[in-house]
Design a protein around this ligand. Structure first.
Ligand code: ZN
Length: 301
């Protein structure tokens, strides 16, 4: 069954939030603002001369190691993925994020802070139809032992994730979600970010993780248990399978860098931002090719 195309949505009023990013730890103010149809999701660096905008598009992804970095004309914004998951999950098409620094705030390491902000602002629908892309063929991408497959799917967007760290941890989890506002809000938005305990030293060496607190992320240990990141106490998880759910949150956010509602079934196995972004790029290119074909067809009529 194919859902009817609904109108584009923005938020009802301006809302703001102040917080620090997970990697750089710099405090920033973000201000979410309503936008007219067909403007998409955009960031705007208010701390730089001329307040340059950066569209939340896969075309501007310059790095995807552990987080998403967008760069346009040397202007950067990073750590956007948990915000992108919120706007994808809540079906927001057009929104501006004014930000006073380079990195999006971490909140509690999940999408909750952004979800609550958007819900506080309210949602407004316009008549202009949403941008939708229904996948018609299969796309399969691999990188080392990681794999991501996207398949045609009639009923919205369904995401599955198979978590497996190989010999780095015994933890194995799988999670599947048919994405709606309700399933996103209840099952995925609260899932916090995590890091393998074996990867922490490298993290510190790279000068990252300056915004890490005991609560906004957790470590996955070799024996499959979870610890707090600083005191290394047993972590209290929000879900038994919080890690797999967080990987779905990242996948949802990364795929929304296509700027479209996606109708497909996507299965990730050991995958992360790299394969998510490569898949988003493929879908973005397919959609562009299809729209230029339809423009040619329209011109011939
Ligand atoms: Zn994440």
């Amino acid at each position: 069954m194919t859902k009817l195309r609904r109108g584009q949505r923005t938020i009802g009023r301006t809302v703001e939030y102040r917080g620090s990013g997970l990697f750089l730890g710099q405090e920033v103010l973000i201000r979410l603002k309503p936008q007219p149809p067909n403007t998409g999701v955009q960031f705007q660096r208010m701390d730089l001369p001329g307040s340059p905008p950066i569209p939340a598009s896969v075309a501007y992804v310059k790095d995807y190691k552990r987080r998403i970095l967008l760069v346009k004309d040397e202007v950067e914004v990073e750590g956007v993925e948990h915000f992108m998951a919120s706007v994808a999950g809540l079906g927001i098409d057009d929104i501006l994020v004014e930000i006073t620094g380079k990195e999006m705030p971490a909140g509690d390491g999940s999408s909750l802070v952004f979800m609550r902000l958007i819900k506080e602002a309210g949602v407004v629908s316009h008549d202009t139809p949403r941008r939708i892309f229904a996948l018609s063929g299969t796309i399969a991408l691999e990188d080392g032992g990681a794999r991501i497959v996207a398949l045609p799917h009639d009923d919205g967007l369904e995401l599955s994730y198979n978590l497996d760290f190989g010999d780095k941890s015994t933890l194995r989890q799988s999670y599947t979600l048919s994405v709606t506002e309700k399933t996103f809000s209840q099952q995925i938005a609260p899932a916090r970010t995590f890091c393998l305990s074996s990867g922490v030293e490298e993290f510190i060496r790279l000068g990252l993780g300056r915004g890490v607190t005991e609560e906004n992320c957790f470590l996955v240990n070799e024996d499959g248990t979870a610890s707090t990141p600083i005191n290394r106490k047993q972590a209290v998880l929000r879900f038994d399978d919080e890690s797999a759910r967080h990987k779905l949150l990242d996948l949802l956010g990364d795929l929304y860098l296509t700027g479209m509602e996606l109708r497909a079934r996507v299965v990730g196995t050991r995958s992360g931002h790299l394969l998510n972004v490569l898949l988003a790029k493929k879908i973005f290119e397919l959609a562009r090719a299809e729209s230029s074909l339809s423009r040619i067809a329209d011109a011939k009529v």
